[in-house]
Design a protein around this ligand. Structure first.
Ligand code: CA
Length: 559
């Protein structure tokens, strides 16, 4: 039983992320979208509760069949596999709903029928504690002290990242943190002095208060060359043209990914859910492995390439100067009226940036079964101009803005519809199930109707055209601009030429996002494009790189 609730909550979270809950519960005015979380949980007709319940109980059902165990024993097993507080939460939930689950499985056999019966029974019970927590809760700086119950722990976890999208643990308020999760250094270079708001990645201001030869920009280069009597930062980086990397965008920019093993019943074991709490604390995103701001070292299993890593390789003075401000569910309106403002950059005292504005789908994607909720060309133009106007007030002179066009999501249906989802059903069935409950992250593209998919792609293409119109008609004081199509076709061709297949580039659980391989390939693609079109944007290769490496090693790494 514990297992059921746990999974239900986790998958609620997943769906919340995949859609727009963070935006709708944020404090920065992201109120355009009604929260799917709250009405979903309250929706006696199904919605998010049904989706999460069915996914979770499908896993339980399959696990019990594969291991020839009772539903009760399957839930106990899975709960036991969950880490720490998650395991307690799972047990707690099972203690509340477990008997009904076992009883209903005996009566109706299949997970979706069990969920339907459960939903009728629990619609009045399950939502209230979680929903009231979401509405009333404040961000607790030290949630570990608030463990009255497992549910409180979980409410607190959600509250910590649903409020805004700046680092939670940030003592000096400079929007950089020395914590890894909750928008910490997985997202933005680690703050090497969280008690001094003039010391952070990207600063070029040698603040006398910080000490003349301290590491005031956190790139690991510091100290005085006693021979020349010049500080090493000035000597090795001063004329190198340092440049940071920022991405403003959506879940694809943040690299949303749900580990498929979480839902693959045949593979579930005691290590399946390792790291789960950290993954949730990163909003199910992996910015540390993303196209734009990835910094994790590449391995055989997890190939990582990023614009940031390429910029760092070119000039080691750029170490740690990355910011991923992307948010799951964000569209052009959210960026213009909230997310752009989470960028940390001082126009006067910081280095310029190479900024990617990437919104590849949410302006045409929602759970609504209509075209009226898609952003119009006029709205998209207004939103984008609003964003650029703001950027011109915060980006340092000499910055560059790269627009990434919307995706053509028809590739999703075309490459996945008859394949098998980790849950055991085909993607066509999963998409249909989500649409049936009004919970699809993208009705327009995750849709069996070709006319609907075509219309969605047409609107997406029309919105992408806005960028070049703006480039042709507007100039800004602090940055210049370039547009690129979202390069899925290009990297797909590259992948197929290597012997791969298209579906291997798409996240298996959500059937929607570019996966790790795609992130890797897209980084290389954009880098090659920029090298060709704007080599001067990337700065010179720093002739001091070798010396920096000899003197400062890994420059303090990332942790
Ligand atoms: Ca800080």
């Amino acid at each position: 039983m514990i297992k059921y609730i746990f999974v239900s909550l986790v998958l609620s979270l997943v769906l919340v992320n995949a859609i727009k809950v963070q935006l709708s519960t944020g404090t920065q005015g992201f109120n355009r979208h009604p929260s799917p979380f709250i009405p979903g949980l309250n929706n006696a007709g199904g919605g998010y509760t049904c989706v999460t319940c069915t996914l979770i109980l499908s896993v339980v059902e399959q696990y019990s069949l594969i291991h020839e165990k009772s539903v009760d024993a399957a839930m106990d097993d899975i709960c036991g596999f969950l880490p720490g507080e998650m395991s307690k939460l799972c047990t707690y939930m099972v203690s509340i709903y477990g008997n009904e689950i076992v009883q209903y499985f005996a009566e109706v056999q299949h997970a979706d029928d069990v969920c339907h019966k459960l939903n009728n029974v629990t619609a009045d019970v399950q939502p209230s504690p979680l929903v009231s927590g979401l509405h009333k809760g404040k961000v607790h700086p030290h949630p570990s002290k608030v463990n009255e119950s497992p549910l409180d722990w979980f409410k607190d976890l959600i509250n910590r990242f649903s409020k805004d999208h700046s680092p939670l643990e940030d003592v000096d308020g400079d929007k950089f943190s020395d914590e890894i999760t909750f928008r910490g250094y997985n997202w933005r270079g680690r703050d090497c002095d969280d008690l001094n708001n003039q010391v952070y990645p990207g600063s070029k201001y040698n603040n006398p208060n910080a000490g003349p030869y301290t590491d005031w920009n956190c790139n690991g280069i510091k100290g005085l060359n006693s021979t020349s009597n010049i500080g090493y930062e000035d000597e090795l980086c001063g004329n190198s043209g340092p440049m940071g990397v920022i991405v403003v965008g959506d879940s694809a920019g943040a690299h949303f990914s749900i580990p498929p093993q979480w839902l693959t019943a045949s593979e579930i074991n005691s290590t399946t859910y390792n790291g789960m709490i950290e993954i949730i604390a990163n909003e199910m995103d992996w910015p540390q492995r993303s196209t734009y701001t990835g910094w994790n070292p590449s391995t055989n299993e997890v190939p990582v390439d990023s614009i940031y890593l390429r910029m760092r390789e070119r000039n080691l003075c750029n170490h740690r100067d990355y910011q991923n401000t992307a948010v799951n569910g964000a569209d052009s309106h959210d960026v213009a009226f909230g997310l752009a403002q989470t960028i940390a950059r001082n126009q006067e005292t910081d280095a310029p940036v190479l900024l990617f504005l990437e919104l590849i789908g949410n302006d045409v994607c929602s759970s609504h079964h209509d075209f009226d909720h898609m952003t119009t060309v006029d709205e998209f133009t207004t939103n984008t101009l609003t964003t650029l106007q703001y950027l011109d007030t915060v980006l340092p002179s000499g910055s560059h803005v790269v627009f990434v066009g919307l995706a053509d999501g028809r590739v999703l249906w075309n490459s996945l519809w008859n394949r098998t989802h980790p849950i055991g059903a085909t993607y066509e069935q999963v998409y249909d199930f989500l649409n049936c409950l009004d919970t699809s992250p993208c009705w327009g593209w995750m849709n069996p109707n070709e006319t609907v998919r075509d219309f969605t792609s047409e609107r997406a293409a029309n919105l992408s055209l806005v960028y070049n119109q703006i480039i042709a008609s507007h100039t800004y004081q602090h940055f210049d601009m370039q547009y690129y199509d979202f390069p899925f076709d290009a990297i797909n061709a590259e992948w197929i030429a290597q012997g791969g297949q298209t579906w291997q580039l798409i996240e298996p659980v959500d059937g929607f996002h570019p996966n790790q391989i795609a992130n890797y390939l897209i980084a290389g693609y954009f880098w090659d494009q920029l090298t060709q079109d704007h080599p001067e944007w990337l700065g010179s290769i720093n002739p001091n790189n070798q010396l920096i490496q000899q003197m400062f090693g890994d420059q303090g790494g990332y942790n």
